[in-house]
Design a protein around this ligand. Sequence first.
Ligand SMILES: *Cc1c(COP(=O)(O)O)cnc(C)c1O
Length: 508
Amino acid sequence: MDMKKVLESGIGRMNPRIASWVFKTIKAIPSVKKKIQKEYDDIMKDLEGVIKPYKERSISFSHLPDTGRDKDEIIKDMETIGSVEESKWKDGYASGAVYHGDDEHIQFLNRVYAINSQSNPLHSDLWPSCAKYESEVVSMTANMLGADRVSKSPDSDEEICGVVSSGGTESILLAMKTYRDWAREIKGITKPEMIIPNTAHAAFEKAGQFFNIKIVRIPVDSDYKADVSAARKAMTRNTIVIVGSAPSFPHGIIDPIEELSEMARERGVGFHTDACLGGFILPWAKEQGYDIPPFDFRLPGVTSISADTHKYGYAAKGTSVILYRGLELRHYQYYKATDWPGGLYFSPTFAGSRPGALSAACWAAMLAMGKDGYMKAAGEILKTASFVKKGIKEMPDLYILGDPLWVIAFGSETLDIYKIMDYMTKSKWSLNGLHRPPCVHICLTLRHTRPGVAERFLTDLKSAVTYVRKNPDVKGGMAPVYGMAATIPDRGVVGDLLDRYMDLLYKP
Ligand SMILES: *Cc1c(COP(=O)(O)O)cnc(C)c1O
């Protein structure tokens, strides 16, 4: 079946709900189903070579080797693969992904990991060091985010506390579960709802699905900031939490956290600031005179914050911090088993056993950076961002979405932005494609602050614009995939494609 023909037949222009029904009905017809499967197979075949570049080599194993392999050989194979992949991020061609990446820093973290590789916070008797490292990571992050400026009255439970999790997504999932259980116990809410801006990270929607919390979406305004009056209208008796980003993943824009959190406080519900991306940049940007609106615990309505140590905290991948206002709130996150034959058991996060070495490496990264290190890193990233923004503004075919700091999303009113992204991919760049509205972003990291990288980005982007202006009908790449995702009215079809993509990742 040619998707395009089906769409051109008019389904694409129908009322989305009717179109979705038409699509589902057509999809259920066996012959159509077969054709759709065939279409998926073709798309996946094209992708397989890109996703599985090592298949043809002798280093693929779908079964255990009969005898253990030589360790030096294993290391050699991995070094070969690692060096190929390193070339994609080391020279600053990637958006986000690797936030520090200097050799000396990586080697330091690897040494710390090696010292602690056997440790597991689940066994706090064997490794009390884990609790030390994690409690200090939490405390240093909390104080960076205003915990030491919270005015405490002696009888109030205002202490800022938290835990170390495995990443931003886990921090967000934990916080949403915490609000659900808190609201059930304290307010008797059994049909919980969370209010999230459209631009909030997908992890919130994931939390809604996993924990049965209804997602109430609010739009963003023309500056890509959450619409405060829409949030007010979205509040019901079942609202448990309102969310804002500082800044948002797609467009790097800070939501009106002050207004939103104040609204939450007046109504006695939680407010979560998602500072996964900004937690380790915004405090230092503010100290250097950048105009940063308040977003942290200095605002009395903010009851939790997620901040990713494994992004601009420059730790190894696998850590993040989730902070709460008050020990009581954190209790709703904890898991306790009091009757299990396996003994009295508890775990603060989703996992049981956890890699203590990652927490140790996170602690070490924070100490090695220090305030001055974070300050300097933030300053360089923001300076690079000003240069990149100026360069993009000088290209009349492009426009920047809103007024971002260092995560810069850009679109085009004259050209297909995904074709520009495809050209950049061919020039080695790995940018993030976004949609609704169609745009692309680059999330600047320390990799981009190195000499010549930002200049090369702008030069390549200029070539991309020139090329697509001359060749508007160029085929291939991600442009048709985003094109299809935009016109297929049935989100289930797009979801099916993503299922197939994930299946492909796990194909041996
Ligand atoms: C990266 C990010 C997350 C999710 O973090 P992961 O570490 O990828 O799980 C959540 N929110 C924002 C704003 C982010 O940038």
